[in-house]
Design a protein around this ligand. Structure first.
Ligand SMILES: NC(=O)c1ccc[n+]([C@@H]2O[C@H](COP(=O)([O-])OP(=O)(O)OC[C@H]3O[C@@H](n4cnc5c(N)ncnc54)[C@H](OP(=O)(O)O)[C@@H]3O)[C@@H](O)[C@H]2O)c1
Length: 272
């Protein structure tokens, strides 16, 4: 079954990013999407933003009405709201559904304890580049399965790279790929500042910084290079890259990044 009816409980930042990615990939998906919020109007705003001639997401009057109408129940609420939402709908959730959650720190077992044993559960950790179909989505499967789990994973894969991971490693993944766009964003911002200090205009600095980041990523993935190989390729003895890298190493950039990711992993653990 490829035409999953998709229900998102919660229509905030992550829901909007995932819906935008799906609709960009295939505008007709919009007509299969069902949305709720807690009364803010964000579901209606999201439906309006992505709706069009190929279809518009349906606003559901309640989470219970949504569960009744869909195959995939995607929980896009804050981690602290997951249990309340599941309690609200659990008597309607059946083995014909798949329940997936993007909530940081909420384990499959926590969700499974509130659902019947035969309901398939998937824990996801997406990041915001899902909005442009360039996300990284880490996932773990729960104890039950069904013929809808495969199509659900195919749907998720339309948003970017998917990586199956043991749940005990999710906090580390949350720190690296979940929070990662904020870290890389800070680095690019610093390069933009550096461009201006070096005499380039802000727009040119931004273009050079972003295209260099994308090109570097392409070399590491499509070029199948190690980071060391890439660095050696650019760093001639006594040259500009060597001089710049020596500054970065003396400023402990590498150690700061390691500390930041480990601190973010520990924070994910505290919040979970
Ligand atoms: N943002 C990220 O980069 C990111 C990355 C990975 C994972 N996540 C996960 O994504 C989840 C959502 O984060 P977010 O940043 O999208 O949060 P958000 O912008 O605050 O959105 C939360 C949404 O949940 C809705 N909601 C809360 N309780 C509800 C209920 N009982 N019934 C229906 N809707 C309800 C809210 O409704 P109202 O609009 O009416 O308030 C809001 O639309 C979190 O669990 C987070 O861990 C986020």
């Amino acid at each position: 079954m490829t035409d999953l009816r998709i229900g998102l409980i919660g229509s905030g930042n992550m829901a909007a990013a995932m819906v935008a990615g799906w609709v960009t990939d295939d505008p007709s998906i919009a007509g299969r999407i069902h949305l709720t919020d807690r009364g803010s109007g964000r579901a209606a705003a999201l439906a309006e933003a992505v709706g069009g001639e190929h279809g518009t997401p349906q606003l559901m009057s309640s989470n219970r009405a949504l569960v009744d109408a869909v195959d995939l129940v995607l929980l896009c609420v804050k981690p602290t709201d997951i249990e309340d939402v599941l309690r609200e709908v659990s008597d309607l959730v059946e083995a014909r559904h798949v329940v997936a959650s993007v909530a940081a720190g909420v384990q499959t077992a926590t969700m499974e304890n509130l659902l019947d044993d035969d309901v398939p559960v998937i824990r996801l950790m997406p990041n915001v580049p899902v909005r442009v179909n360039a996300g990284t989505i880490v996932y773990a499967l729960g104890r039950a399965s069904s013929e809808l789990v495969g199509p659900t994973l195919e749907l998720i894969a339309r948003l970017g790279a998917t990586v199956e991971l043991q749940e005990r490693l999710f906090d580390a993944a949350t720190a690296l790929s979940g929070s990662g766009p904020a870290f890389f964003g800070l680095v690019v911002e610093a390069f933009e500042d550096a461009a201006i200090v070096s005499g380039l205009s802000a727009p040119i600095g931004r273009e050079l910084a972003v295209t260099t980041m994308v090109g570097t990523a392409e070399m590491l993935t499509r070029g199948n290079l190690s980071c060391l190989d890439l660095r050696r390729m650019v760093t001639s003895p006594g040259g500009t890259a060597a001089t710049g890298l020596a500054h970065l190493e003396r400023s402990a950039v590498r150690g700061s990044i390691i500390d930041a990711v480990v601190a973010a992993r520990d924070r994910a653990r505290e919040l979970g």
